[in-house]
Design a binder for this molecule. Sequence first.
Ligand SMILES: [Zn+2]
Length: 184
Amino acid sequence: MSNKSAIKEKFVVPGSKIGVIEEFMAGHGTYEIDGIIYSQFIGDARTDSKYRTVSIRPKISPIYPLEGQEIIGVVEVVQEKLAVINIIKIGNNVLSKPLTGFLHISASSPRYAKNMREICKPMDRIRAKIISTSGGIIRLMTSDHNLGVLKTFCSNCGYRISLERPVLKCERCKNIEKRKLARD
Ligand SMILES: [Zn+2]
């Protein structure tokens, strides 16, 4: 004989009513107003009638950029001292909508670089770290060894570039490029 499970799951959205405090203890991802328990997230409301608890397992958790997190991004614009990066992944979370981050030349390389174009170019895929989010502005750095360009294209002909240490060379037009590469 199988035990009838005390656990039930139901899909909910933020603001969905999921119970009352006489029935359940409001757990993770819920909030309570006037004795009624609501969901904070889109996800599965998990009610356990044995332990009388309810909690939400979020389906899409909001992703906030935090200092120290690693990101993956695509270089959008490169100016002399600044690059604008479209952040597509924070930690292991792929963003449904890219965020904008800024990489200043002083935080781009352990060595002195005169021009941001020695560090990265538009369309390059880079790994960077968030150093600040103050004022809602995401500032990035790539000067650590494991950070920098992961994938790049020839600025002359657009072809994929391969690393022939110590230089980056276009497989097609033999153009030599310069980047701040991630070590791996
Ligand atoms: Zn080329």
